[in-house]
Design a binder for this molecule. Structure first.
Ligand SMILES: Nc1ncnc2c1ncn2[C@@H]1O[C@H](COP(=O)(O)OP(=O)(O)OP(=O)(O)O)[C@@H](O)[C@H]1O
Length: 264
């Protein structure tokens, strides 16, 4: 049996980070620490910079200022493979680069753990199949990804991240395209991963999913202003109304606030 030696889990943090959004002033620099066990929700209107932040955290875009660290080590000094063992990203949109089955796609998640040209082992395949099962897409494993529905494709993308098994999970609107049952299933899965010690950091447009499942919230405003902290402190109607420029009615359901847009 091949045993993959796991590196110790490292905490992703930002120091005075300014994301680079063309023609926008710097705004408020971000000093975030995304701790093991935490579930972060990033909220903000269209164009506020949520995707740009995720791509910056994933090392795909350079920040305008500031730095990113894993523990105390600047991420720029790490090899891409070592970084990908620690940090993984589910994109908002999924493009098919080349024809691949669902299982082949999930197995891409093992690449940071294999040497160049090393074939995936039976253990890697078993890991990918467990992830596909957790996302309820194992029955589709031999289908071409290009033939899947939007929600199925989204679940395959999350299963691919689960197969990658990084410490920090970055997810750009992971509930996009998902029906209600699968939205809840994904949020439960992320909660289980956080309980197991992973750090979860995701953009969401659904305030009520954030209120129910996230313990930390980052609010991003279109002018670059930002604030963050414990969910109960951040999810207050006045702040959210200003964030979305939308009046809200708030009720409490099962001990969590539930926000409904006012009609008028
Ligand atoms: N390459 C680019 N050139 C010019 N502007 C860009 C570029 N990339 C992003 N932007 C702009 O940066 C801003 C932030 O985009 P981003 O995708 O991060 O927002 P978002 O908060 O994720 O939005 P949404 O909720 O719509 O997904 C937007 O106004 C976008 O048009």
């Amino acid at each position: 049996m091949v045993v993959t030696k796991r590196p110790t889990m490292q905490t992703l943090s930002t120091r005075q980070l300014v994301i680079d959004i063309p023609h926008r002033p710097d705004g408020y620099p971000l000093d975030l620490t995304i701790e093991p066990g935490q579930i972060w929700g990033v909220l903000g209107p269209n164009g506020a910079g949520k995707t740009t932040l995720l791509h910056t955290l994933a090392g795909l875009r350079a920040p305008r200022a500031g730095s990113l660290c894993l523990d105390n080590q600047p991420t720029g000094t790490l090899k891409r493979r070592a970084f990908s063992q620690q940090v993984g990203l589910v994109f908002q949109d999924h493009q098919d680069g080349f024809p691949a089955t669902v299982l082949e796609t999930a197995l891409i998640g093992r690449h940071p753990w294999l040497s160049p040209w090393q074939m995936e082992s039976a253990d890697d395949v078993a890991m990918a199949e467990r992830a596909l099962e957790a996302l309820d897409v194992l029955h589709l494993k031999d289908r071409l990804v290009s033939t899947l529905s939007g929600g199925e494709r989204q679940r395959v993308a999350i299963a691919t991240l689960m197969t990658q098994a990084p410490h920090t999970w970055l997810l750009d609107e992971p509930t996009n395209h998902l029906d209600l049952h699968h939205q809840v299933a994904v949020m439960k899965l992320l909660t289980e991963r956080a309980k197991a010690g992973n750090a979860i950091f995701m953009c969401l447009h659904d305030l009520n999913l954030a209120a129910r499942w996230c313990d930390n919230i980052l609010l991003m405003y279109p002018d670059g202003e930002a604030c963050w902290g414990r969910a109960e402190r951040m999810l207050v109607p006045s702040a959210l109304e200003r964030l979305y420029n939308q009046d809200l009615t708030t009720v409490e359901v099962d001990g969590a606030p539930f926000f409904v847009p006012k009609r008028g």
